[in-house]
Design a protein around this ligand. Structure first.
Ligand SMILES: [Zn+2]
Ligand SMILES: [Zn+2]
Ligand SMILES: [Zn+2]
Ligand SMILES: [Zn+2]
Length: 295
């Protein structure tokens, strides 16, 4: 009879300042500590056992071990001639027990250091980390010239400091004016559009293939995560001389970037002759850009 309320108190408030009756005080000190199982230290310690000693990523099944039992991940293993922990031989010994444990364990997201609190099973881990809100952001400027990385809140500060020549227009409906589109070679035109409390990067990229064929790619990227991008749509429109060419899509997120979309033509694509139809005599091309909120 006397044990029951003590167990409840132990779980509930970690032995805090609540007064206990004289009869129950002794019993409470003899009680076994409660081991947290779902979240907390035990899971974290188990998850740490799966850390690769070379790259610090999680060792995924099939899990191979050295003759003593040290683990190393499958991407590091081919580069090693011996076990990085004990210098022993790395045979083809598979550790089935560890694989079973790994499949039933929750691992912290690899962006834990930057604030992600999510723990996931192995099947969902990679997928989550790809779209994780805490994944560092790269500089959204097209091309690989800038290697900056940082948190989402710092992206605009970075652009304002390191890419001062990028202009910003406010409003959901603006004209992105690319000047001198006849410039030879590969050229990027970039500007920012601010609306709905977010910043969007507009990119027009001119690519010249080796056979001399030139293509233009226009696309919009939200400065934000994929989840945020899902709330918006953008429309690009070339309009003039009684002609109209329109493209509508969901903006790319900063994590996705625009390079892969341009490569796959998942954007407004047109060639030089179409560009000439809409450009003025000085080679200036206006693209109407409209951002809207999707419900
Ligand atoms: Zn590794
Ligand atoms: Zn070893
Ligand atoms: Zn995460
Ligand atoms: Zn940059």
């Amino acid at each position: 009879m006397a044990q029951l309320p003590i167990q409840k108190r132990g779980r509930g408030n970690n032995g805090g300042g609540e007064p206990s009756s004289s009869g129950t005080a002794t019993a409470s000190t003899n009680q076994l500590p409660i081991i947290p199982t779902s979240t907390g230290t035990l899971t974290d310690e188990l998850a740490a056992l799966f850390e690769c000693p070379v790259c610090f990523e999680i060792v995924l099944p099939p899990i191979m071990q050295c003759h003593v039992g040290h683990l190393v991940c499958s991407s590091c293993r081919p580069k090693l001639s011996c076990c990085p922990t004990c210098r022993g031989t790395l045979g083809n010994i598979r550790n089935l027990a560890m694989e079973k444990v790994a499949n039933n364990l929750m691992f912290p997201c690899k962006h834990k250091q930057t604030g992600c609190r999510v723990s996931l099973g192995l099947n969902e881990k990679a997928e989550h980390e790809e779209v994780c809100e805490f994944r560092p952001y790269s500089c959204p400027c097209p091309g690989a010239s800038c290697s900056w990385q940082g948190q989402l809140e710092k992206v605009m500060v970075h652009l304002q400091h390191a890419h001062k020549n990028i202009t910003t227009l406010n409003g959901e409906d603006i004209v992105f004016l690319a000047t001198d589109i006849n410039l030879p070679g590969a050229v990027d035109w970039v500007m920012m559009q601010s609306c709905f409390g977010h910043h969007f990067m507009l990119v027009l990229e001119k690519q010249e293939k080796c056979d001399g064929h030139t293509q233009f790619f226009a696309i919009v990227q939200l400065i934000g995560s994929r989840k945020q991008a899902e709330h918006f749509a953008y429309r690009l429109e070339l309009n003039g001389n009684r002609r109209r060419l329109t493209w509508e899509a969901m903006p790319r997120s900063s994590h996705e970037g625009v390079a892969s979309a341009i490569m796959g033509s998942d954007c407004l694509v047109f060639d030089t002759s179409i560009a000439q139809l809409f450009a003025d005599n000085n080679g200036n091309l206006g693209i109407n850009v409209t951002i809207s909120v999707v419900c």
